[in-house]
Design a protein around this ligand. Structure first.
Ligand code: ATP
Length: 335
């Protein structure tokens, strides 16, 4: 079997980008034969960006309810919260001790933060936590603790998977056995990266999102707020340059998309295009929203599902594997 792993950071309310880019394809993949799926709420990762405990807790509940509303079946897949698996930070340390610092220096997220400091005339590392710097090692531990073979990611994440391979390989080499199988990079070519309200990538930490389960009237308002150019109805519009079109395409069939492209060329007004976008998204999301609202009202049940998932997963994989790894590096057997 192939082990497929997907995580979402608990840094805010899940949005259309998380749904199109991660949740929808991952739930579809979980129904395929020969696949063992791992879905986790990346709350240790959230701490890199968020120092607001209420936000992390709320986000954990929202993201868990979202996965469940979108059709994840917790008795058929592994569904857990990262921080319920203490073997993950333990493995993070074991990997930290074999990870090349030079490799981490080249990680995109860290480099981008340094570049920004330079552009602002600050010291290179001003305001950058060691957590941001070490993030690829934590991500490697997320993958390697369960020997996941496939981690579907966007292009921006390729480098992190390569680092996980590098750290795993180095560990195997140093300790003389293939403890870790090395994950493959699976690029989701057909999965779109959705733009946010400000035109940057839609992202929880940019506060530029359209929440997946925004109530209908709010969804409508947010869609109305998407930035467009000033072309009037009747003037031809460039579909590929339009955020409205990019969002529409992510929710529409090939035929609907072709028809919308034609409408852009023929000068559809922005108001009309946005109305059609709203209707398309709402048609797909409305039944899920109803399930979500029912689930989010029962937090104790969600908590129970998460705890149960983590407990079973630890017993089956994480606890025996970390014991083997502790032994490999010369640490005491915890029994
Ligand atoms: P953060 O700002 O905390 O990084 P995020 O919303 O950008 O949050 P993550 O939680 O890091 O996203 O990512 C979860 C999954 O959602 C990943 O698989 C990622 O590729 C996908 N994803 C995130 N944003 C988008 C987007 N705008 N379009 C498509 N997929 C996205």
């Amino acid at each position: 079997t192939t082990r497929v792993l997907t995580g979402i950071t608990t840094s805010g309310t899940p949005h259309l980008g998380n749904y199109v880019g991660a949740i929808r394809p991952a739930v579809a993949a979980s129904h395929r034969d020969g696949v063992e799926s791992f879905y986790f709420l990346a709350d240790y990762h959230a701490l890199i960006k968020v120092q607001d405990p209420a936000r992390v807790q709320r986000s954990t509940l929202e993201i868990a309810a979202t996965w469940l509303a979108c059709g994840l079946e917790p008795d058929k897949v592994w569904f857990y919260r990262q921080s319920d698996i203490p073997e993950i930070p333990e493995l993070t340390w074991l990997l930290t001790c074999v990870a090349g610092k030079g490799i981490l220096n080249r990680a995109h997220a860290y480099k981008a933060a340094v570049d920004k400091n330079r552009a602002d005339g600050e010291d290179d590392d001003a305001g950058i936590s060691a957590g941001l710097f070490m993030y690829p090692v934590l991500m490697a531990a997320d993958i390697l603790i369960f020997n996941a073979n496939q981690v579907p990611v966007g292009r921006d994440q390729i480098q992190h998977i390569e680092m996980a391979r590098d750290f795993g390989q180095r560990f195997n080499h140093l300790f003389g056995k293939d403890y870790f199988s090395l994950p493959e990079v699976v690029i989701e070519e057909h999965v779109a990266t959705l733009p946010g309200l400000d035109g940057r990538k839609m992202s929880k930490s940019y506060d530029n999102t359209i929440p997946l389960f925004a109530p209908r009237n709010e969804l409508k308002k947010l869609i109305a707020a998407i930035v467009t150019d000033s072309r009037a109805p009747g003037e031809a519009k460039d579909a590929d340059a339009s955020h409205v079109f990019q969002l529409y395409r992510a929710f529409a069939s090939a035929e609907e998309t072709a028809a919308m492209r034609q409408a852009f060329a023929e000068g559809i007004g922005w108001g009309d295009a946005k109305q059609q976008l709203f209707e398309r998204i709402d048609a797909e999301v409305a039944p899920l929203r109803e399930k979500y609202e029912a689930l989010i009202a029962r937090p104790a049940e969600i908590e129970g599902i998460l705890r149960d998932g983590a407990q079973r997963l630890r017993a089956k994989y994480a606890v025996p594997f970390i014991a083997e790894l502790r032994n490999a590096v010369g640490l005491r057997d915890l029994g």
